[in-house]
Design a protein around this ligand. Structure first.
Ligand code: TXA
Ligand code: MG
Length: 334
């Protein structure tokens, strides 16, 4: 696959139309550096509720508020700790969401009724242009139906949400491909809520302290549910060295496989699609959802994915693959 991840030149007329749609309370899907977002005016609770209806998402899940700059720390949040300012200064604009105590102006529709708000300043040129043209903050979850694969192209959004969205901005394929890293700074201890392309190592280096995963009492985050980011075809994660044996054991089943070249040298007839797993974590992340979409469309009854390497750079890819496979029964034997 050779789809380009360079952002398309900005279409100012389309951005202006999108800003108008948002101003009158409509929904706009727009590219960010991570995945496409389904945006609405964050200050209009009716518009924000329309996001939940379009996605089929439970109303008590909070959505991220996308902002133009770190000034939002003082207008949308309160009791902002110095650590949050450091992270914003270092990583914004970029794929990092900060969960903070919310300011009184942030509506329950955005926070899911919680006392916290997730803030993110995106780096994608189309997202920045849209925020500037609209002139306000945008509430935006990923532009997919609840529980489905996140979209990294405008075509993914169209296929999944279609006319549930008033306008889709096509800025090309998303360059990061995996949702933002989420750090919770709303409580006494800083916690990692969701791994992303900005790694735990980078966050810890910036703060000079360990940033452990959130415990079970963490704020609700739909990305933290198992059975998230899932294709409709069952997904099974298999150690790369055991893949050939697993394929063998599933003789008679039509399989789609995502694996490094060496893991499946010959291609048995029942493997209807074999996609090559990228060897670098950044490229794997960038292409992960497009690969899952592609594997899901092969007509296979099962998707086998070779476990990628371990290590901090691979945390986000590991996390999304584990969730894609989470609903499936464990194999009885290899
Ligand atoms: O990269 C991203 O973050 C993309 C793009 C569009 O910005 N957005 C995204 O949104 O992934 P969504 O809604 O699919 O996932 C956002 C996650 C959810 O798990 C949500 O529950 C969590 O962020 N979240 C948002 N506000 C929160 C809050 N106040 N407290 C805890 N978690 C929050
Ligand atoms: Mg999502």
């Amino acid at each position: 696959m050779t789809e380009s991840h360079a952002a398309r030149p900005i279409d100012s007329a389309a951005i202006a139309r999108a800003a108008e749609v948002l101003t009158r309370g409509g929904l706009v899907a727009f590219p960010t550096e991570t995945v496409y977002g389904l945006g609405a005016d964050a200050s209009n609770p009716t518009a924000v509720r329309a996001i939940f209806a379009a996605k089929g998402r439970p109303a008590d899940h909070p959505v991220i508020v996308h902002v133009t700059d770190a000034g939002a720390l003082d207008t949308k949040a309160r009791d902002v700790p110095p650590a949050a300012r450091r992270l914003a200064a270092r990583f914004w604009p970029g794929p990092l969401t900060l969960v903070l105590k919310r300011a009184a102006c942030v509506d329950d529709a955005v926070t899911g009724g919680q006392d916290t708000v997730g803030l993110r300043c995106p780096a994608h040129p189309w997202a920045s242009a849209l925020l500037a043209a609209f002139g306000g903050a945008l509430a935006a979850p990923s532009a997919n139906r609840f529980g489905r694969i996140s979209p990294t192209t405008a075509a993914h959004v169209r296929a999944d949400l279609g006319d549930r969205v008033d306008l889709i901005l096509d800025g090309g394929a998303c360059p990061v491909g995996i949702e933002s890293t989420i750090v919770d700074l709303s409580g006494p201890a800083t916690r990692l809520l969701r791994p992303g392309s900005i790694t735990r190592t980078q966050i810890e280096a910036e703060l000079g302290q360990p940033v452990p995963d959130a415990g079970p009492d963490a704020p609700r985050a739909s990305g933290r549910l198992e059975q998230h980011y899932a294709p409709s075809t069952p997904v099974e994660l298999v150690p790369a060295g055991a893949l050939a044996a697993r394929v063998n054991a599933l003789r008679g089943e039509r399989l789609a496989v995502l694996a490094p070249a060496a893991a499946l040298l010959d291609r048995p007839a029942q493997v209807v699609a074999r996609l090559l797993a990228p060897t670098a974590a950044s490229e794997y992340g960038r292409r992960l959802y497009a690969l899952l979409h592609e594997l899901d469309a092969t007509g296979a009854v099962r998707i086998l994915i070779a476990e990628p390497p371990a290590g901090p750079d691979w945390d986000a890819v590991q996390d999304r693959l584990r969730r894609a496979a989470a609903t499936q029964e464990m194999p009885h034997s290899l």
